[in-house]
Design a protein around this ligand. Structure first.
Ligand code: MG
Ligand code: MG
Length: 255
């Protein structure tokens, strides 16, 4: 069931969303060669604590997960696409890092992700990151009243495919509200004009993922969480929580 949010609820979600943006900004600033993924998690925890916010990630255990998620961010490095667990891995020159973060404030959730490189970026990684961001922008632009879920999916997928990248099947965006994952699902590829009509008050996480090698294959690592590319190529992820309004899409996880 899709929960339509009131304008007051959307304002409250904006507060949660801004906290996510602040956490991602702090993590990005802290990320450098030699810094561990666990250090980045500590950085995000401090931002959430300062803002009196909780984490929808910490302790999260969907039915497929072997263990509760142990951190407030996902850290997915190089061939990891999403859901990487922060550990003692220290960032190396040229690593491509995707950070996914959530916050709960006033009972409302924000969810966003950003990808960047540490140290000297390889040109192909910069292109991969730029394409995920471009796909996110296209998806947000399609998140308008009168459009349908398929229009968002099509806009996202078209940008990724035009660049020659793979799209991991089975992963995509979702409704956001009092829970991190609500209806409807927002696929990263689809047919325009299909699916649920978009209405004022729907709040969606739109989150393109692209695989540099051009194939869609992926697998779950032994930790039961981390999703990696099947061909070992690098991946990039970008995400915003977006409210659909009569005045157009509103990004709730901007700074
Ligand atoms: Mg996320
Ligand atoms: Mg999400």
């Amino acid at each position: 069931m899709v929960e339509i949010k009131t304008d007051t609820s959307i304002e409250a979600m904006r507060v949660a969303g801004r906290i996510v943006a602040q956490a991602l900004t702090a993590v990005r600033e802290a990320a450098a060669v030699g810094v561990s993924l666990r250090d980045l998690d500590r950085t995000a925890r401090a931002v959430l604590a300062d803002a009196d916010a909780g984490s929808p990630f910490l302790g999260y255990r969907p039915n497929w997960a072997p263990t509760p998620f142990p951190a407030v961010i996902c850290t997915s490095v190089n061939d990891a696409i999403v859901h990487g667990i922060p550990d003692d891995h220290r960032l190396r020159d040229g690593d491509l890092v995707s950070i996914d973060c959530g916050a709960i404030h006033g009972g409302w959730v924000g969810d966003a992700a950003v990808s960047f490189t540490v140290g000297r970026a390889r040109p192909e990684d910069a292109a991969l990151i730029a394409t995920a961001e471009e796909a996110l922008d296209a998806g947000i632009a399609a998140a308008t009243v009168g459009n349908r879920i398929g229009d968002i999916a099509h806009a996202v997928g078209r940008v990724c495919r035009a660049a020659g990248y793979g799209i991991p099947d089975g992963f995509g965006g979702h409704g956001v509200g009092r829970h991190m994952h609500e209806d409807p699902g927002v696929p990263n590829e689809g047919r325009p004009g299909r699916g649920m009509p978009l209405r004022h008050g729907m709040v969606l996480a739109i989150e393109p993922m692209v695989i540099g090698g051009g194939k869609d294959g992926h697998y779950t690592a032994r930790d039961g969480w981390t999703i990696r590319t099947a061909d070992g190529s690098r991946a990039s992820h970008a995400e915003h929580t977006v409210a659909i309004t009569d005045d157009g899409p509103r990004i709730l996880t901007a700074l």
